[in-house]
Design a binder for this molecule. Structure first.
Ligand SMILES: [Fe+2]
Length: 165
């Protein structure tokens, strides 16, 4: 790989990390541990920004030749849902304490709108394996670029992403 990283491995590693953080976040919310939950949200924000960015800037459009326009639109709308959910979690946790109802609301939100991303996106590796060496190198460069810029998810969503949520 010219860029020095294997893009499919990197993308799968990100999903496994996100899975672990989300499961931990659910546990923190069950325990109404706002501090632990906030820490995990910040980690997700940092990891999710570059991840969503390379997916939207490179990987998703590149795979369109396999899955077509409708599924492409579905993937973008799934990102919209994650961004909206992350904003809501930040808003609730930002108050410094959460009620039992709020904890339940956030757990439902994570399970409905965020956890499906690593589950479903992981399956795209199946199609990414069909890309050419040159295309995979382009994806690798895109991952490195997005990581080097390091924009957190919500900042990227508000400042750079063209699609508004
Ligand atoms: Fe992903």
């Amino acid at each position: 790989m010219a860029a020095g990283i294997n893009p499919i491995e990197e993308f799968k590693k990100d999903h496994a990390t996100v899975r672990d953080i989300l499961l931990g976040l659910i546990e923190d919310l069950k325990a109404r541990n706002v501090e632990g939950a906030l820490e995990k949200l910040i980690t997700l924000d940092k990891l999710g920004g570059p991840h969503f960015r390379f997916e939207e800037e490179t990987l998703y459009p590149m795979l369109k030749k396999f899955y077509g326009d409708d599924y492409y639109e579905y993937l973008l709308s799934a990102h919209d849902r994650v961004i909206r959910a992350a904003k809501r979690i930040a808003e609730v946790l930002g108050k410094g304490e959460i009620s039992e109802e709020e904890a339940e609301e956030l757990i439902r939100l994570i399970r409905r709108d965020i956890l499906p991303h690593p589950i479903e996106c992981e399956g795209l590796a199946l199609l990414a394996e069909k890309l050419s060496k040159e295309e995979l190198e382009e994806v690798a460069r895109s991952i490195e670029r997005a990581r080097a810029e390091g924009l957190p998810l919500l900042e990227w969503a508000d400042r750079v992403r063209e699609r508004r949520v």
